[in-house]
Design a protein around this ligand. Structure first.
Ligand code: C2E
Ligand code: CA
Ligand code: CA
Length: 781
């Protein structure tokens, strides 16, 4: 109502509520009943009042409801105004001169009312549904009405009433016909008729009824002013138009679902049309019969109904063909939508079952393929292929390069497998090959071919990348389901990786057993950590120049209560896998710092501790080390951390984090040693830029006459020692077991040595004795 505030000021009648239209109708009804009983002049005046009230109601409705298309309503208001003016004029004429005769300006104004209302109706219907269908339907009704009007109304009147008055009275049926046509068009076109529409249609009906009654009244020699029934209907006409404009639904001008509207009304319309088609011939027959009966049959009596029937037929054909076009278009649209839907469905299925990068089947798809293969029982094999060091490529060169490498790997795999199997991507750098048949032996041949092709360097953006792969193999024979096949192949892959990568491993039961063992180890280790089942042994490191023990390496031992001591090789890999290495490593570090603090104070012996990559990727690693040193009261300069080469290689976030930790610790005086040097990455250039102080030459380099040419072995150690010295690093030889090896190392200028020759790892108390002895030995030396 707030939107209409402004209109209330302009027009008091614009206080239009949702029920105003009802009060308008009910309030006027007594007046209408009274109007029927009035004399002709007063009756004309009553029409004028009703028409004026209707005009005002339309304007009020327009102001209050603000329909989106106001023009039809302005036309209706104009029509009502015409009615008011002409009726007022007749009323005055009746009072002054008696009944008017002949065509006058007033008549023309009154006819104008019909035309304006018809135009209003046409515009109300415009934009609803198909114009062609609407007009055809309206035309059919108009033709039929015209035939009926002619046969039953106009022709009889013309026969009996040759007077000019009667002639003018006959203009009304023609105008009514136009009105009726527009009303039918509105009724048909609207998908759902609003209350406003219904009121307007009733108004039109009332007017047509009044006029028909008037013509019949005149034909039977009635007075100029018409019957009481006609009078009531005329007043009702004005009333209903006004009420229609006041009804709130007048605001919602436009209906929806034009096509649906036609299709729904089609069934009803078929019945109506069938009846209508019969009306033409029936009326013609009647005209013929009555003409013959009265013996005044003329051509018009027959030609007019026949012509109208013909036009009706043509319009019907038009309407039907339009309907079938609509139906066809609907059907085509529907088919197109169904096709789209099917294509989309297919696309989604494809997406769900394929990998986006390589277009290969994904894990889900592979799972189904394995299930299908198991059902046929034809045998076959599953290979899981995992690229070694892919993470390193991704970290160092970026993801686009990583993606290119994966795409190339997929291509090579496809070439090498050909029709022998289906290739899939399981995610990340993991592929799978489902070999359709053959046993594990043929599968092994395929796997080796895969390893060979992947070993070839890959060129990406001018970079030459070297990757290898590890493969896990599982035959489909005697497998329960796809999950079992996949997990067994995974286990074999794990074993291939653990055995040193770039190789294929076939699944067998012992792998499952060792996995279970590993899981059991992790479970037990978890409870051991934090207790004194975790012990630290120490192995001395000797300086060749002084002959003294300059450092001890802390080596963890696990001594479950009442059981034999377990060496680190049996549980460190599992601890690294499970992340338990983090608390375990910290426990060892803190214990070692405490033990070594005394030795450092007494003999200046340093402590060297092994650190796993996993510990270095912890955000607070450096802080933890500093706290351990502080708590044990051991100076930072007394500590050496041993890391493996891989930790510092590559440009990944993990390597950066490790380097940051080590650089920080070095600023406090902690030294860094590269453990097992020579077994990992063979690029030596990186050593120059890294935060390291010591190279520990892996024990596999120790010259051993039993395993090869001593001269060559010595040359290798010399190279490493020289390299260390070039980079100003201390060279420490590991695994020194003999006197001869000591002599060679001393001759090559190696700085320090560690091995069974100098001492085995021993508990803290024994190590304390060894160190004390060493001091006295060196002193007496
Ligand atoms: P590593 O760092 O290379 O440690 C030296 C290993 O070589 C020790 O084995 C030691 O007993 C053995 N060894 C010493 N001298 C000789 C020798 O003359 N001949 C031979 N054949 N072997 C010798 P251990 O104690 O079994 O340790 C094995 C590996 O476990 C270590 O290798 C190290 O990588 C890892 N490890 C040990 N303690 C820890 C720890 O606290 N934390 C971490 N992260 N790793 C540890
Ligand atoms: Ca070590
Ligand atoms: Ca080592």
């Amino acid at each position: 109502m707030t939107a209409q505030q402004h209109d209330r000021v302009v027009l008091p009648a614009a206080r239009v509520g949702t029920r105003t239209w009802r009060w308008f109708l009910l309030g006027a009804l007594p007046v209408l009943v009274a109007g029927v009983l009035l004399g002709p002049a007063a009756q004309e005046a009553a029409y004028a009042v009703f028409a004026a009230a209707a005009a005002l109601a339309v304007v009020a409705g327009l102001r209050a409801h603000r329909p989106s298309r106001p023009l039809p309503w302005w036309l209706l208001a104009g029509g009502m105004a015409c009615g008011a003016v002409s009726n007022l004029a007749w009323s005055i004429t009746l009072i002054l001169d008696g009944p008017p005769s002949g065509l006058s300006v007033v008549n023309v104004v009154y006819y104008g009312m019909y035309l304006l209302v018809a135009a209003g109706l046409a515009m109300l219907a415009a934009g609803r549904g198909s114009a062609l269908a609407g007009m055809a339907e309206a035309g059919i009704v108009a033709c039929t009405a015209a035939v009926l009007a002619w046969v039953f109304l106009i022709d009889p009147v013309l026969e009996t009433h040759d007077g000019i008055d009667g002639g003018f009275a006959l203009v009304y049926p023609v105008l009514d016909l136009i009105l009726l046509t527009m009303a039918v068009r509105l009724a048909v076109a609207a998908a759902s008729l609003t209350r406003t529409h219904v009121l307007i249609l009733f108004a039109t009906g009332a007017l047509v009824l009044a006029d028909v009654g008037y013509v019949l009244w005149m034909a039977s020699g009635g007075s100029w002013s018409g019957s009481g029934g006609s009078a009531a209907c005329w007043m009702l006409f004005y009333l209903l138009v006004g009420a229609a404009a006041l009804h709130p639904s007048m605001a919602t001008g436009r209906g929806t679902a034009p096509v649906g509207g036609y299709l729904r009304s089609a069934r009803l319309m078929t019945t109506v049309k069938a009846l209508i088609v019969l009306v033409g011939p029936a009326a013609t027959g009647y005209a013929f019969w009555s003409g013959l009966h009265r013996q005044d049959l003329d051509t018009v009596d027959i030609a007019l109904p026949l012509g109208a029937a013909a036009v009706t037929g043509v319009l019907l054909v038009l309407r039907l063909s339009h309907s079938s076009t609509l139906v066809n278009r609907r059907a085509t649209d529907l088919q197109a939508a169904l096709d789209d839907q099917a294509a989309l469905q297919q696309q989604m299925t494809h997406l769900a079952l394929h990998d986006a990068l390589t277009g290969l089947p994904n894990r889900l798809h592979l799972d189904r393929l394995i299930q299908a293969a198991l059902r046929t029982g034809r045998g076959g094999c599953l290979l899981i292929v995992d690229l070694d060091g892919f993470q390193h490529v991704n970290d160092s060169f970026g993801h686009p390069t990583g993606d290119a490498l994966l795409t190339e790997a997929a291509l090579r795999l496809r070439q090498v497998i050909g029709r022998a199997g289906t290739l899939a991507r399981l995610g990340g750098d993991e592929f799978a090959v489902l070999l359709h048949d053959g046993d594990t032996l043929t599968a092994d041949t395929h796997a080796r071919a895969v390893l060979r092709t992947l070993r070839q360097p890959v060129e990406v953006d001018g970079q030459r990348l070297h990757v290898t792969a590890s493969i896990g193999l599982r035959g489909l024979a005697c497998a329960e389901d796809s999950a079992e096949v996949l997990s067994d192949a995974d286990l074999a892959l794990y074993a291939a990786k653990a055995a040193g990568k770039d190789r294929v491993f076939a699944y067998d039961v012992t792998l499952r057993e060792s996995q279970l063992k590993r899981i059991a180890v992790v479970d037990r280790l978890r409870t051991a950590i934090g207790t004194d089942a975790i012990q630290v042994h120490y192995q001395p490191i000797v300086s060749f120049s002084s002959g003294r023990f300059t450092a001890v390496e802390a080596l963890v031992r696990w001594v479950p209560p009442g059981e034999a001591t377990i060496g680190p090789d049996a549980f460190i890999p599992a601890a690294e896998d499970s992340g338990l290495i983090v608390p375990l490593g910290e426990q060892v570090l803190r214990q070692a710092c405490r033990d070594a603090a005394v030795w450092y104070r007494h003999y200046g012996t340093m402590l060297t501790v092994n650190v796993s990559p996993r510990q270095l990727s912890e955000a607070d690693f450096a802080a933890r080390v500093m706290r351990a040193l502080h708590d044990a009261d051991l100076p930072a300069a007394a500590l050496i951390l041993e890391i493996t080469e891989g930790v510092l290689v590559g440009a990944g976030a993990q390597a950066e984090q490790s380097i940051a930790h080590l650089s920080e610790l070095r600023r406090f005086g902690v030294q860094v040693a590269v453990d097992d040097f020579g077994t990992g990455y063979s690029s030596l250039a990186y050593l120059r830029d890294l935060p390291i102080d010591i190279l520990k030459i892996d024990r596999s380099f120790m010259p051993d006459p039993a395993t090869g040419d001593p001269a060559q072995q010595v040359a290798l150690v010399r190279t490493i020692v020289d390299l260390a010295h070039t980079l100003r690093l201390t060279a420490v030889a590991e695994g020194v077991e003999t006197m001869e090896q000591t002599a060679v190392l001393q001759a090559l200028g190696c700085d320090k040595g560690q091995g069974f020759h100098y001492g085995r790892p021993a508990p803290a108390d024994r190590t304390a004795d060894v160190l004390a002895e060493g001091m006295t030995a060196a002193a007496t030396h």
